[in-house]
Design a protein around this ligand. Structure first.
Ligand SMILES: Nc1ncnc2c1ncn2[C@@H]1O[C@H](COP(=O)(O)OP(=O)(O)OP(=O)(O)O)[C@@H](O)[C@H]1O
Ligand SMILES: [Mg+2]
Length: 241
């Protein structure tokens, strides 16, 4: 589904990714690990089409189509979803209104208010999110855990084909982590979506079990393995890789 070939990425005239190649199939979960500053978030921005991250070489293919030049909203329409490491606040826009607009953009489908409310409630129930949540302003005053829950709600309603999930587990207490991980798993199972999950910890990967684990260092993939790699990193760190 997603294929990245020899990707070189530059930001502020600095080369950040130095020839990254990977593939993610439908229903496949790929974990990306690696030390701080190794280029993981930059990879997710490149997949989503962040304008400041320039592809200088290589290509990104989605279902066989080259998407290097597409803007983020066109990529969302193809079914690519990015959950941010640092989500933004948008004042004056409620969760409900934001999601309605996102749905319209990504799915080109306009729901009547009644249909939309029904759909939203269905997804909120699925993820055990309290109904008052929909009327709050987006990320304003959200706790870390609420922000992450919002992202899973967005993922649930948009039903992407590929979700790129960047450190969704950072700053979550154990109970919130369990809920968020469980919700991502539910959505993944339901939609058979591919996942690229960036994390520093093995805990979330015990729920969202990766088929493949990639280790990044200095803008390159330095090792490819399976779940066992995660335990190795947990006990020894990155120095042996
Ligand atoms: N907008 C930017 N301007 C300047 N440098 C940047 C920018 N974005 C990324 N970089 C640099 O690119 C490198 C990779 O950053 P990136 O955020 O991709 O790392 P990461 O692997 O996600 O790290 P972490 O685990 O800390 O989240 C770092 O050296 C970072 O400083
Ligand atoms: Mg990062």
């Amino acid at each position: 589904m997603l294929e990245i070939k020899n990707l070189h990425l530059e930001v502020e005239n600095k080369e950040i990714l130095k020839g990254v190649s990977l593939k993610i199939e439908k229903n496949e979960i790929v974990a990306v690990m690696g030390p701080n500053g190794s280029g993981k978030t930059s990879l997710s921005y490149a997949i989503m089409g962040h304008p400041n991250y320039k592809i200088t070489k290589g290509e990104i293919l989605f279902n066989g189509k080259k998407i290097n030049e597409l803007d983020p909203s066109e990529r969302a329409k193809l079914g690519i979803f990015l959950s941010f490491q640092y989500p933004v606040e948008i004042s004056g826009v409620t969760v409900s209104n934001f999601l309605r607009a996102a749905l319209k953009n990504a799915k080109n489908k306009i729901y009547s208010l009644i249909e939309y409310k029904k759909l939203l409630i269905k997804h909120m129930n699925l993820l055990n999110i309290d109904s008052s949540f929909k009327d709050r302003y987006l990320n304003e005053g959200f706790s870390g855990g609420e922000k992450k829950r919002f992202e899973t709600l967005q993922m649930s309603i948009l039903e992407p084909k590929l979700a790129v999930i960047d450190e969704v587990d950072s700053g979550l207490d154990i109970d919130s982590l369990n809920i968020v991980a469980d919700n991502i798993k539910k959505i993944q199972k339901k939609n058979k979506m591919g996942i690229l999950i960036i994390t520093h910890y093995d805990r979330i990967l015990e729920y969202i079990k990766p088929d493949k684990v990639l280790i990044f260092d200095k803008g390159k993939i330095i090792k490819i393995g399976d779940k066992k790699l995660v335990k190795e990193i947990e006990s020894k760190g990155y120095k042996d890789f």
